[in-house]
Write a protein that binds this ligand. Structure first.
Ligand code: GLN
Length: 446
């Protein structure tokens, strides 16, 4: 823990992955582990972990990288944090993100600009850009991230690390500052596939505080690592290799397909015909849920309050106008519009129907295949500043990751090589609750 903290103090002034470093408490916790010795029920004893700053930590500032929560100190731990602590892990700090996890480059952070670990002029991806950069720059071996539309897998791909998003409902969202509640999932960013397993095994499970968590007996998600891939049936959707995806990335994915075939799997082309509707449906659903979830930031209960306000309306309007950044406001406006009486049927309801079609596309493929592979992103990491003023281009960056969240599936991004000197990711997608196959294939590939 001490050497991790030293590493952070040397590397992070340039990378700026951490919003808060938990120096004193982490050292104290580590000392306690030293004194008590490693208990057998503590699989992560003494392991330094970084935590995305939209996951609440008792007594430690949790900002969601928003001015709204710049001084917010939670009075409780998220369930995932509680579980990590019980397993002996040490929280070394909180990582930067796009404000409230809305974005794909971490440039929407109200706090700082995180750099891509491979090229400091490029974005780390987002919204878990701080978590990805903290792992890729060698500061920690594991960081928690959150994935609503790709926010673990996309920054993992951009930084050449492994990003793991579990099935929706696998991990408790209690204490995760809500963005899109029907989409949000907590997962890991790690150097290696295997490093993710003990952390995921620790944080999964039913939680009385999150009614969407599923009651399944304790499972070892890594149980199939090392098993032969002979006979595994892999699908490659043609829509994931289409327009807008860099030719060099398509070539990397085709090379990956060959690699899987050499290991005994079969790879066949399939179709997910509704893929092109995923981004518009997602932005209606995610923004609608966000507009509802963000009502709690009213300048009264907690968080930022505007100065010199005269009326109650002023408290609401000015606190929200000054506390939220441009992208968050854009989502709130889009969401409240989609949910409004006059437009609900045309937008929110329609998007829900499209979501069902996208889910059925996956179900049909999974009737005949064990796994889907494709690129994680259409391009490698782009320059800081290049897309931040062009939200639509930014939104399209997530075209390959968003369908997975709409369907609630587990998925992973593993490093697949380099394009123009920047890392790119291979995305693996499995059936609901079949994380074991993801780890099996991911560990065989890396
Ligand atoms: N980039 C997507 C968005 O801005 C996804 C973000 C996420 O997964 N949290 O909504």
């Amino acid at each position: 823990v001490q050497s991790t903290l030293e590493g952070i103090s040397q590397i992070d002034p340039e990378v700026q992955a951490f919003v808060t470093v938990n120096t004193a408490a982490a050292l104290k916790q580590a000392e306690a582990v030293d004194q008590a010795g490693i208990a057998t029920d503590q699989p992560l004893a003494g392991v330094p972990v970084a935590i995305k700053d939209n996951i609440v930590t008792k007594g430690l500032k949790t900002t969601a990288s928003s001015k709204m929560l710049a001084n917010f100190v939670p009075i409780y731990d998220a369930t995932v944090v509680e579980k990590l602590t019980a397993a002996g892990a040490i929280n070394v700090g909180k990582t930067n993100l796009d404000e409230f996890a809305m974005g794909s480059s971490t440039e929407n952070s109200a706090i700082q600009v995180t750099k891509n670990a491979w090229d400091h002029t490029k974005v780390p991806g987002g919204s878990s850009g701080g978590s990805a950069a903290s792992v890729a720059s060698g500061q920690v071996v594991v960081a928690l991230g959150t994935d609503t539309g790709g926010s673990i897998r996309q920054p993992a791909a951009f930084n050449g690390v492994v990003g793991f998003k579990p099935t929706y409902g696998r991990v408790s969202r209690w204490g995760l500052i809500a963005f899109g509640s029907s989409l949000d999932a907590i997962g890991t960013l790690t150097r290696r596939v295997r490093d993710s397993v003990p952390v995921m095994n620790t944080i999964i499970g039913h939680d009385d505080k999150d009614s969407t968590t599923v009651d399944r007996s304790a499972e070892d998600l890594g149980a199939k690592i090392g098993q032969d891939l002979t006979g595994m049936k892999i699908a490659l959707p043609k829509e994931y290799l289409g327009d807008g995806v860099d030719a060099a990335i398509v070539a990397q994915v085709q090379a990956a397909a060959k690699q899987f075939e050499a290991m005994g799997a079969t790879v066949e082309e399939v179709s997910l015909p509704h893929t092109k509707y995923a981004v518009p449906a997602y932005y209606i659903i995610a923004s609608s849920e966000a507009s509802s979830n963000l009502q709690r930031f009213d300048g009264i209960r907690y968080g930022f309050r505007a100065q010199d306000v005269k009326t109650l309306d002023d408290v609401y309007v000015r606190s929200r106008s000054e506390g939220f950044g441009a992208e968050v406001k854009r989502r709130i406006m889009l969401g409240t519009f989609s949910l409004s009486a006059g437009f609900y049927d045309a937008y929110f309801k329609k998007a829900g129907q499209v979501r069902t079609l996208i889910t059925r596309d996956f179900e049909q493929v999974f009737e005949n295949y064990d796994l889907i592979i494709g690129p994680t992103t259409p391009t490698p990491a782009f320059k800081i500043g290049d897309k931040v003023t062009d939200p639509l281009t930014m939104y399209m960056n997530d075209i390959l990751t968003i369908p997975v969240n709409l369907a609630g599936l587990p998925a992973m991004s593993v490093p697949a090589g380099f394009v123009d000197g920047m890392p790119v990711g291979l995305q693996l997608i499995a059936k609901h609750f079949d994380e074991a196959t993801l780890y099996q294939a991911g560990a065989a590939f890396e």
